[in-house]
Design a protein around this ligand. Structure first.
Ligand SMILES: Nc1ncnc2c1ncn2[C@@H]1O[C@H](COP(=O)(O)OP(=O)(O)OP(=O)(O)O)[C@@H](O)[C@H]1O
Length: 720
């Protein structure tokens, strides 16, 4: 166990922040020495409390991480905690010490009395902060990043929710170290293209397994955080995770380019644009960004940030109010509103599996639910593949746009990739294996038996053919309208929040936590979290349309692990991909008109439209070929068998049956052969489409670069 307590001397850069920090006492490793007070925050994997270190009567923060949700051995935990102790920068929250209490890891940290920037915005600045305030916050954050990168660390979760503020206006980057590293350490060797992070803030290269990333991923997240502080929410934050992923990969990077952003300075816009370049090699380092003109006249956070802290209730009251607001909203809303609300909170940590995402992407209808309209984000969409539907080609009810093709293709590619075989830059791969959903887990110190995706039975509806087709599509849309899913019987943050509302906000001892467990069970009911998990279960829609899927028991299971965690060990994507082959779209006409409408309405240039149209022609040609082949094969089989059948009929019933069975067997073999050919042709088509998308992105990138270059030249000449 790590022995805590000794504080290092603050570095020279620490001046202002260090002045605000009293010397830390020798912290002990006994839970009895700490009194947990109010909850002041929660994340995907942790609950944070204000606490008192009794021997020194010192207020600190205790982050309680649920070890049962983290697949990491204690040695790793210790090592990471030691690394965390070595962190020494005035803008990075350090851990004084950490120790295990039952199944939780307690991390003792300085208490940041004003909470996170996200909380501050939610409480008092829902539309974002003023530029001088943003500038101060960003500069402090950048200093933290420069330090971490200099030490060889990647933060990997830069966002307003992790930028913490203390009463004097001191700004520190939190959530570095234990939590991130724990997930990262969990079976790194067995990594399977699994990421840890928050999709809205995640860099494109992080979302694409195998491409490799480095500390520049933090610079992208930093740019997204700048937009978050400017608007009150991150770009794409209103969209479901899969959509966010696809938008990040395919759209032009977000920026401060719209009417509402007129109030912001040119240098701010330019700084953001520099961070949000898709090509990571083109992004500046934190050190370099610090020298950007935007940060030249930054005011001290004690002046700017302090100004937004006046007249605010204590942090715990704010947190409680936010929780209550959420709970009220959740209780009165439909599932999708619930899901959306949770998503908008921006408090999330996604432990998702690219294979799952691909499976989900297969099910996404490209049409946005009306309430999701976020004009600014939409307006930026280049939508390279928008409107290119595979509906007719695959004959699948769900529209598959180019995004989905891309993911499909990735599936094909990534399955061939050695998960551990990343290049040098990917050695620090974000891996997360959250363990078995069956394993009992802790909720505030108590073990709860996790329910393994109870959704399977409730969502295993088969028979999407024919008349049910439309309603099934609609059902899917609703199912995937929000963030991944919750497991009602687990300590999802929702449950925790429901629980917190009921619980006494006063002093809590570790023992007190244990006695609260029963209430957690009670509260999962009204929130219908089990139902929610069922409704959102990936497995259900995948299999409901699967023509090859057998009984429920045979089906691949998608386990829900944690609040936002989805891990699919067993999803048989081959089956998912087989689905389209055997189904013919009942309404190809409608699909075509849909695309005609999209093309007509869009303002995309002919150079973008033409490849789409070519693709459509190609798809139709493929279909025609396949149908013609199928027909001629059937006819060939039919001809020699025809007379034989008649003869057999005369011979007797047994002969007829034998002949028919034989013929049927041959035909089936032929059909399967054709199907596998079609699958390989489909893969080829997807590969070409992917290539096309990549080329298009490259073109867009070059175009953006050119524009940015021009803008920069203008600016620099202006500065000079
Ligand atoms: N030292 C602290 N002082 C005050 N509040 C804190 C402190 N550390 C964290 N918090 C609050 O608790 C919230 C959750 O903490 P944290 O981000 O570390 O948890 P997490 O499970 O790692 O979350 P996520 O992975 O979703 O970012 C923060 O957003 C912040 O509001």
């Amino acid at each position: 166990m790590v022995r805590g307590g000794s504080m290092r001397r603050p570095s020279l850069a620490a001046v202002s922040a260090a002045a605000a920090e009293p010397a830390a006492p020798e912290f002990t490793l006994s839970a009895d020495d700490y009194r947990l007070m109010e909850e002041v925050g929660f994340g995907a994997n942790a609950v944070v409390y204000r606490a008192i270190f009794l021997p020194a009567n010192r207020t600190i923060a205790v982050k309680c991480l649920d070890l049962d949700r983290i697949n990491s051995n204690l040695d790793d935990v210790r090592k990471e905690a030691q690394i965390m102790k070595l962190i020494d920068h005035p803008n990075v929250i350090k851990a004084y010490c950490s120790f295990v209490v039952d199944h939780n890891l307690w991390v003792i940290m300085p208490f940041m009395a004003e909470g996170s920037c996200l909380h501050l915005m939610k409480v008092a600045h829902p539309d974002g902060l003023e530029e001088p305030v943003i500038c101060s916050i960003l500069k402090e954050t950048l200093k933290a990043l420069a330090y971490l990168h200099g030490q060889g660390h990647i933060h990997r979760d830069v966002k307003a929710g992790n930028i913490l503020v203390d009463s004097p206006g001191v700004v520190k980057l939190g959530d570095f170290g234990v939590s991130a590293c724990l997930f990262d350490r969990g079976d790194r060797q067995r990594s399977r293209n699994t990421f840890v992070g928050t999709p809205c803030w995640m860099a494109p290269e992080v979302l694409q397994p195998g491409t490799g990333y480095n500390f520049k991923a933090d610079i992208w997240s930093f740019g997204i955080t700048a937009l978050e502080l400017a608007h009150g929410h991150a770009p794409f934050s209103k969209y479901p995770p899969m959509k966010v992923l696809l938008m990040t990969l395919q759209n032009a990077p977000p920026g401060l380019d719209y009417d509402r952003d007129r109030k912001f300075s040119k240098s701010f816009k330019e700084m953001v644009a520099m961070c949000l370049v898709k090509d990571q090699t083109k992004r500046p380092t934190a050190e370099k960004l610090l020298k950007h003109s935007f940060f030249k006249n930054t005011k001290a956070p004690q002046l700017t940030v302090k100004s937004i802290l006046t007249d605010l209730p204590p942090l715990w009251d704010r947190v409680k109010a936010l929780q209550q607001k959420d709970a009220a909203h959740l209780a009165s809303s439909e599932q999708e509103a619930l899901s959306m609300s949770e998503y908008q909170r921006g408090v999330s940590a996604w432990h998702f599996d690219i294979e799952d995402l691909k499976a989900q992407a297969l099910l996404i209808n490209d049409d946005d639910p009306p309430e999701l309209k976020e004009d600014d984000d939409i307006a930026r969409i280049t939508e390279v593949d928008k409107g290119t539907s595979f509906e007719s080609h695959f004959g699948q009810s769900t529209l598959l746009n180019g995004n989905n093709h891309r993911l499909n293709h990735e599936r094909t590619c990534t399955t061939a990739v050695n998960p551990g075989g990343n290049g040098p830059e990917t050695s620090d791969v974000f891996t997360s294996d959250l363990g078995n959903a069956d394993s009992p887990r802790m909720v505030d110190g108590h073990t709860k038996q996790g329910s393994e995706n109870g959704s399977l039975s409730s969502t295993s509806k088969q028979g999407s053919e024919g008349g049910n087709h439309r309603s099934e599509v609609r059902q899917r849309q609703r199912t995937f309208s929000g963030p991944v899913m919750y497991s009602g019987t687990r300590s999802s943050s929702l449950i925790e929040r429901g629980y917190i509302i009921d619980k006494d906000a006063g002093a809590r001892s570790p023992n007190k936590q244990k006695s609260d467990t029963g209430r957690i069970d009670d509260l999962s009911g009204p929130l219908s979290l089990s139902t929610r998990a069922s409704a959102n279960s990936l497995s259900a829609p995948i299999r409901s349309s699967g023509g090859y899927v057998g009984s429920l028991g045979d089906k691949p299971r998608v386990e829900i692990k944690g609040r936002f965690s989805v891990t699919s060990e067993n999803v048989d994507l081959a089956k998912v991909q087989e689905i389209p082959v055997v189904k013919i779209s009942p309404k190809p006409q409608e699909s075509n008109s849909h695309h005609r409408r999209e093309f007509r309405d869009s303002s995309v240039s002919a150079s973008i439209l033409i490849p789409h149209l070519e693709n459509l022609v190609q798809q139709t040609t493929f279909q025609q070929d396949i149908i013609t082949n199928l027909m001629s094969n059937l006819q060939q089989n039919e001809k020699p068998n025809g007379p034989q059948t008649r003869v057999q009929t005369m011979v007797g019933d047994t002969g007829v049956e034998t002949g028919s069975a034989e013929r049927e067997r041959k035909l089936l073999a032929k059909v399967f052969e054709l199907q596998s050919r079609m699958i390989s042709l489909t893969d080829e088509l997807i590969a070409s489409k992917l290539k096309h998308v990549e080329l298009q992105e490259e073109l867009n990138r070059l175009y953006c670069q050119e524009e940015t270059g021009e803008t920069r030249e203008d600016d620099y000449s202006g500065d000079l």
